[in-house]
Design a protein around this ligand. Sequence first.
Ligand code: DX5
Ligand code: ZN
Length: 222
Amino acid sequence: MILISPSLLSADFGALGADAQRMEQAGADWLHYDVMDGHFVPNISVGIPVLKSLKRYASVPLDVHLMISEPLKYIADFAKAGADIITFHVESDSDPVETIKAIREAGCKPSISVKPGTPAEAIFPYLELVDMVLVMTVEPGFGGQSFMADMMPKARAIRDEITKRGLDVMVEVDGGISEKNAALCAENGIDVLVSGSTIFGASDATAMIALIRKNAEEAFRA
Ligand code: DX5
Ligand code: ZN
């Protein structure tokens, strides 16, 4: 099953609750919430209090993407604020095994992410421990960047390793995802698609989510 997670980084943060509900009505399976600390990435976005407010308006799972240097320090706070899935970066300063454990203990689904320059093998030691792997298809930090098609062999290598080990792990992509590359992602074993500027920029978000989903569903290869 393909899941679509619109990135709220492209929302109107002054009307975040309304934009979240608009995305749910348009067919979003999850809502993707980007946290940036100005240190792990050269940009600052939103954090714990905004997530807590958003939770009151959202009914689908909140897919929290931590682009921060010390995720382990804040896991309990993000869980308490309403995160359902918590993704952290293998390149962060926190110990991956401890961070995954903290996410599970907080009652959330753990997910580990790789930046474009990090090889697939970097997350292989943690595959048995996580529910999802996030393959970045742009350098994290900003919405509206171009999709890096050269990340597809890495996505395929991760999906193949999951299959080889007989695991049930989702693979998500984030960055420049649109109706034009959804099929290519799905062909490479991606089953969760994050998309910010494409969905928020569409004149009909419902139609855009449906098109991304259809293109991915037709092309998916495990
Ligand atoms: C980038 C963020 C993404 C971003 C995607 O660092 O992690 O979630 O919002 O936005 P688009 O789809 O516009 O590339
Ligand atoms: Zn993201």
